[in-house]
Design a binder for this molecule. Structure first.
Ligand code: ZN
Ligand code: ZN
Length: 247
């Protein structure tokens, strides 16, 4: 299988990306640059963020030559189109590929993942679709995006200690609250808030259901005076609320 992906081969990523953008927007000029210090929190206005995660890639330690595979590789893209009416519009993408370290070596350095040629093609096509949507307002369906594929079986859990994305709180493991604070775009915040709202609704439903159960199944125990229920802060609040509402 042909491979692309380490620092040496980023040139082929850049060339393929330019080809893809030229196919869709021949009148505009797009460039792709890689960076190792792209910040997820620092997004200038007029820029859009796009993340591809759960990507499969291979790694090799430059000290001991140990090889490993991962299905938790993350790439961040920041994209911007400088629209010009009378001259060629300029588009720019900054890309950060999160790296991983060898488990065996004590002073291992972060290694760049190596992706298969097929994986690079798919992730650049996904990036192109996202740019057409965000920067040109063109609609795209979620089924047009390629889903990441595990090309080989990966053994063991994700090694968070040696994953650059995990160390910087960019991996999936990071809590929803942290992600919401880091979210710079309203669309992203809305998704997380929606999820938290559903969790709150389920919680309130269970509170109401347990209140009803108390009323129905404990006819001989007035739950308003039940000291056991009052000992829990949540049920105590419910009791006080129901007393106020004359339930
Ligand atoms: Zn090593
Ligand atoms: Zn990770």
């Amino acid at each position: 299988m042909s491979r692309r992906g380490g620092c040496d081969n980023l040139q082929s990523w850049k060339e393929r990306f330019v080809q893809l953008m030229e196919k869709h927007k021949p009148q505009d000029k797009w460039v792709l640059d890689s960076s190792t210090d792209l910040s997820a929190t620092d997004l200038p206005s007029g820029w859009y963020k796009y993340e591809q995660s759960h990507l499969f890639a291979r790694f090799e330690c430059s000290y001991c030559s140990k090889k490993w595979k991962s299905i938790q590789v993350v790439i961040h893209f920041h994209m911007h189109l400088d629209k010009r009416r009378w001259s060629q519009s300029q588009g720019q993408v900054k890309m950060r590929i999160f790296r991983q370290k060898c488990q065996k070596c004590k002073n291992a350095k972060y290694e760049m993942p190596v992706f298969s040629e097929e994986a690079v093609e798919k992730l650049l096509q996904n990036l192109t679709l996202k740019i057409l949507k965000k920067c040109y307002g063109e609609s795209s369906k979620s089924n047009q995006f390629f889903k990441p594929v595990a090309e080989e079986e990966v053994e063991g859990p994700h090694d968070r200690r040696n994953c650059e994305a995990c160390q910087e709180g960019m991996c999936e493991a990071v809590s929803l609250y942290v992600r919401m604070c880091q979210a710079t775009q309203w669309e992203e915040k809305q998704k997380i808030l929606g999820f938290l709202l559903v969790v709150l609704m389920i919680f309130l439903f269970f509170c109401a259901a347990s209140l009803l159960a108390c009323k129905l199944f404990l006819p001989f125990c007035s739950f308003n005076q039940c000291s056991w229920l009052q000992s829990f802060p949540v049920t105590n609040i419910i009791i006080k609320l129901s007393a106020g509402l004359n339930l």
